[in-house]
Design a binder for this molecule. Sequence first.
Ligand SMILES: NC(=O)c1ccc[n+]([C@@H]2O[C@H](COP(=O)([O-])OP(=O)(O)OC[C@H]3O[C@@H](n4cnc5c(N)ncnc54)[C@H](OP(=O)(O)O)[C@@H]3O)[C@@H](O)[C@H]2O)c1
Length: 272
Amino acid sequence: MKDFRAAYGQYAIVTGASSGIGEQFARHLGAAGVNVVLVARRKDRLEALAAELSRTHGTDNIVFALDLLADGAVDELAREVSDLDVGIVVANAGISSAGPLVNNSLATELDVLTLDAAVPLRMAHHFGGEFTRRGRGAIILVASSLEASATPFTANYAAAKAYVSSLGQALHYELKNHGVDVLVVSPGMTKTEGAQRSNGLDFQKISSTRMAPSQVVQAALHNLGKRARVIPGVTNKAADLLIKHALPRSLSVDMFGRLFSRALVDTAPRES
Ligand SMILES: NC(=O)c1ccc[n+]([C@@H]2O[C@H](COP(=O)([O-])OP(=O)(O)OC[C@H]3O[C@@H](n4cnc5c(N)ncnc54)[C@H](OP(=O)(O)O)[C@@H]3O)[C@@H](O)[C@H]2O)c1
């Protein structure tokens, strides 16, 4: 694997590092000798991970407990790391919503849109600018295989991930001649706490196949600097090709609608 520290800089920021895919990004980058700035709300988990990575790899890790939904959170993060040689940014923190859109509170849907789309935009804008000025850096945006189609019963989440994927692939082109590598990683179902949380859809009713989060991260880090987008896993890649290139959009929407309606767990309207 590439020498990330030499190629990009001494530190990586990983948002959502307290569990799942983000935790694995921190672990893999730490194992590669990169110092990690660990960002999420659960400070105890971040502190335990920072201590473990320092002990195992001798890296200097920084814990920044932050609610990325708070006003000015990305500006605060940018100020916190302004003196560090940050070379890699992984915008991974995300939440999902599912079930019939009109049954969910608008506040929840707006939080999904903010954390999954506006926060990655803010991070890409700030750090993309910094990296361009110094002529090196890497930005990884975590999207989802659901970006492939409009997706009933997880409509807002899939739309937010489609936005992130489009943003990242366009930025890959804009920044590649400035020494900045941008990669979108679009995982399929992955074994994490986030995927287990029941939030309107029970995915076990559709498929019990889950990828390990470390496989997602390996695929991402392996492809960083080589391409604009990676879909971890052969089956997920094949599904993406089929949905995007072989099916008319109306059919893919219909297919997801039928599939996900089988997994609905709660169709009662919720308080807004
Ligand atoms: N698992 C899957 O099947 C799957 C598939 C496709 C894409 N993804 C994407 O992969 C990314 C990681 O998801 P995951 O499955 O690893 O989920 P996860 O285990 O629930 O991890 C989500 C991370 O985001 C952090 N987070 C949530 N809200 C936050 C907030 N307001 N401020 C700061 N941090 C916040 C959480 O930390 P705290 O709670 O400590 O703040 C946690 O570290 C997400 O963008 C998700 O959409 C996941």
